[in-house]
Design a binder for this molecule. Structure first.
Ligand SMILES: *Cc1c(COP(=O)(O)O)cnc(C)c1O
Length: 395
């Protein structure tokens, strides 16, 4: 059996998205900036894609900028708010310890450029509170950036409440909604969101396409200089096939959101219930306030990397946290922020499901996983010490 359970890392392009991309590769290949008919046909498709994103975010199409992905959108959002703040003498930014590296590393770069950054601690349930945000806001704060849902543990943040706190204080609010878009409903007006990033490949669109929503009146700084595409906010000939695929995927995901969420949540709960029967296993993040497809646990006494390799050997594609940190030996910054000790954080497993997964696949995972965990524990010196009482069980 071949099972793909790493949908938080990336997803397969849907048939609908692919069907929307194909004509843009062969038929509507004009440059949207060209004045001739082929160019204008391409420009119409670009405008329609923009309108689709605007519709499902409850935004004006003029506020939608296409980028090369979630990382670029995060970089541009934060740099724009920082530049705007600096002009008013406000150089303090607030975010959290468990953001994606696209946010954290941008903030680190800004710190080197003379900005002050406060990273909020992560409560045990993996949900930052609006009170924490409120308490951290200073007179010189220009931006609060809190992700909509975490990419590793899937916990959903109280975005509306945080947005409200920010607006009461006159501070811009950015949310990295890459994991949420297409999976949870988003309304930039009702949720008081000023800047929002999303990425098509996390909701069955193609890779290399992102969206930055920026409320009217917020000037964006350029990361890429060149032509006047995207109203001068992002140079370079538009990736029309990718953008049309992204819009079709977003529409499909938003239209089917409730049905998919119900189906995937049921699969995930069945999976979670089975996995939690394995002794000395801890669930990471709130059991309910999390993305429908996300399960993230720590198994005591084993290494996540070995677990992934053995699962892969059984045809199961999973992750130990985020694709970005795999390959490094450091444990996940998200699990450490959650308060997991290093040795526990090392034994993490994330299974992230989509509507393409089936009950049979879940049953197969539940058949294979406990044996793999037991095997790894048998050969683990750490587990041996735990069993002999030479070190205390932490979970
Ligand atoms: C995947 C991801 C990103 C990066 O998006 P790319 O399109 O891969 O650049 C940013 N933030 C979060 C939360 C993500 O999950």
């Amino acid at each position: 059996m071949k099972i793909y359970a790493d949908n938080a890392a990336t997803t397969a392009v849907s048939d609908t998205a692919l069907a929307a991309m194909m004509p843009c590769l062969r038929e509507f290949y004009g440059n949207p900036s060209s004045l001739h008919t082929p160019g204008q046909l391409a420009a119409e498709r670009l405008a329609a894609a923009r309108a689709t994103f605007a519709k499902y975010l409850n935004a004006d199409p003029k506020t939608i900028t296409f980028t090369s992905g979630g990382s670029e959108a995060d970089n541009q959002a934060i740099r724009s708010a920082a530049a705007l703040g600096a002009r008013k003498g406000k150089k303090h930014l607030i975010s959290t310890k468990f953001e994606h590296h696209a946010v954290l590393h941008t903030l680190e770069a800004l710190e080197k450029e003379g900005y002050a950054v406060t990273l909020l601690d992560i409560p045990e349930d993996g949900i930052v509170t609006a009170e924490q945000v409120k308490a951290a806001i200073r007179p010189d704060t220009c931006l609060v950036s809190v992700m909509f849902a975490n990419n590793e543990i899937g916990t959903i943040q109280p975005v509306s409440q945080i947005g409200e706190v920010c607006h009461e204080a006159g501070v811009l609010f950015h949310t990295d909604a890459v994991q949420a878009a297409g999976h949870l409903s988003i309304d930039v007006e009702a949720m008081h969101i000023d800047l929002l990033s999303l990425s098509a490949h996390k909701f069955h669109g193609p890779k290399g396409v992102g969206v930055l929503y920026a409320r009217r009146g917020i000037p964006l700084v350029n990361l890429i200089y060149g032509g006047a595409q995207e109203r001068g906010r992002r140079a370079g000939t538009e990736n029309l096939p990718g953008i049309c695929g992204a819009a079709a995927a977003f529409e499909e995901a938003c239209e089917n959101m409730e049905a998919h969420a119900a189906y995937v949540t049921a699969l995930r709960d069945r999976l979670m219930e089975g996995v939690m029967k394995i002794p000395h296993t801890a669930l990471n993040g709130d059991p309910e306030r999390r993305l429908p497809g996300n399960m993230n646990v720590c198994f005591e006494g084993i290494e996540g990397e070995s677990l992934l390799l053995l699962l892969d050997g059984k045809g199961i594609a999973a992750s130990s946290g985020s694709a970005c940190t795999s390959g490094s030996l450091d444990p996940s910054h998200v699990l450490l922020a959650l308060g997991r000790p290093h040795e526990v954080a090392h034994g993490s497993l994330r299974l992230s499901l989509s509507a393409s997964n089936t009950q049979e696949e879940i049953d197969y995972i539940l058949k294979e996983l406990p044996d793999i965990v037991s095997y790894l524990r048998v050969i683990s010196p750490v587990w041996d010490e735990l069993e002999r009482g030479q070190r205390p069980h932490l979970i």
